[in-house]
Design a binder for this molecule. Structure first.
Ligand SMILES: NC(=O)c1ccc[n+]([C@@H]2O[C@H](COP(=O)([O-])OP(=O)(O)OC[C@H]3O[C@@H](n4cnc5c(N)ncnc54)[C@H](OP(=O)(O)O)[C@@H]3O)[C@@H](O)[C@H]2O)c1
Length: 311
């Protein structure tokens, strides 16, 4: 059956997500722009349609930092569509002071990681068992030197540290999901990426002095949002993109350049921490997530033993 492929891009109204949505539309996908502000999303949809009149686009509301909103999104998506080919977990925030959300969880950890963990879990059975079905996770160079503060996710109120922690969690989730997919014998690819650096809306909360410093320096060391979207588009579209690999720009300090295999902090290979993070994510979202075949033939025990074998 010849059906239109569907991609969901979270945070598609601005920055890297906007360029990613445009790229997926160019590749012929129907793109669901999953955004927290409908007006901003509609104006981004109009901007994409102006640049690409053939684009097939939908807008749906989601607040990744609010689990009830993520559940409502998944419910609405499932009511409208029986399959999903690509999920790009792109939306993100950078806060300079750690804050907690309505569920009492550090806001960046909730938005950048847990909201996407929950979304992926709720839509997982819609992916066709095919290597072109992809789940892409946006990490960051900031994952390096970060760690998961299992005892205090607010990182003592240090927003920068909590941002690094959330992006480390995105990378570890992407890798652990790959291990579990492989253990379950599923072909969907889970691929973490980082965009390098680009002058997007992410840095809007900087102090005025930092902001001007950043504005002066960024043209020399960073790249455009369109270039920063390339690792995500490679992971989502290229047959050569491997599950469990980590991709990003390979130029100066990995800030910009051609897409290739990116460097990851050795701590991401700590499998006990990856399992602990997965369990914590299930606990905090209240959502069990067992990648299983659609006939349900893989069960938790099987995954535990085959994941151990895959290690
Ligand atoms: N730019 C960089 O240098 C850089 C470097 C490393 C990693 N990244 C990662 O790249 C991704 C995209 O960021 P960006 O640089 O393009 O920043 P951006 O321009 O600020 O875009 C972030 C997007 O995420 C959305 N978003 C934020 N909180 C949300 C929530 N609770 N629910 C739903 N959507 C939400 C924003 O929506 P609103 O417009 O409504 O706020 C916006 O559409 C992020 O995951 C970020 O961590 C960026």
């Amino acid at each position: 059956m010849n059906r239109k492929k569907i991609a969901i891009v979270t945070g598609a109204n601005h920055g890297i997500g906007f360029e990613t949505a445009l790229g997926m539309a160019r590749a012929g996908y129907h793109v669901i722009m999953a955004c927290r502000n409908r007006m901003k999303a509609e104006s981004a949809r109009a901007a994409i349609a102006e640049r690409l009149p053939s684009a097939s686009l939908g807008v749906m509301e989601i607040d990744l930092g609010d689990f009830a909103s993520v559940r409502a999104f998944a419910r609405d998506y499932r009511a409208a569509s029986s399959y999903l080919d690509v999920l790009i977990n792109n939306a993100g925030i950078l806060l300079y002071t750690a804050q907690t959300n309505g569920d009492g969880i550090e806001q960046q950890f909730a938005t950048n990681h847990l909201g996407h963990f929950l979304l992926t879990a709720l839509l997982f059975d819609l992916f066709p068992d095919d290597p072109s079905s992809r789940i892409v996770h946006l990490s960051s160079l900031a994952h390096k030197n970060a760690r998961i503060h299992f005892d205090d996710l607010t990182c003592g109120g240090n927003g920068g540290e909590a941002y690094g922690q959330s992006k480390l969690a995105c990378l570890m989730f992407g890798e652990e999901l790959h291990r579990r997919l492989r253990a379950a014998g599923l072909k969907t690819r889970s691929i973490p990426v980082h965009p390098g650096g680009s002058d997007s809306g992410l840095f809007d909360e900087m102090s005025r002095a930092q902001y001007y410093f950043f504005k002066i320096l960024s043209p020399f060391i960073l790249h455009s949002n369109a270039s920063a979207a390339k690792p995500s588009l490679f992971a989502a579209l290229d047959p050569a993109a491997e599950g469990g690999q980590y991709y990003g720009p390979k130029g100066y300090q990995e800030f910009r350049g051609k897409v290739g295999k990116a460097n990851r902090d050795p701590s991401t290979q700590d499998l006990d921490s990856a399992t602990r993070l997965w369990d914590l994510s299930e606990e905090l979202t209240g959502q069990t997530f067992i990648p299983a075949r659609q006939d349900g033939s893989v069960h938790r025990g099987d995954i535990a033993s085959s994941t151990a074998n895959a290690r």
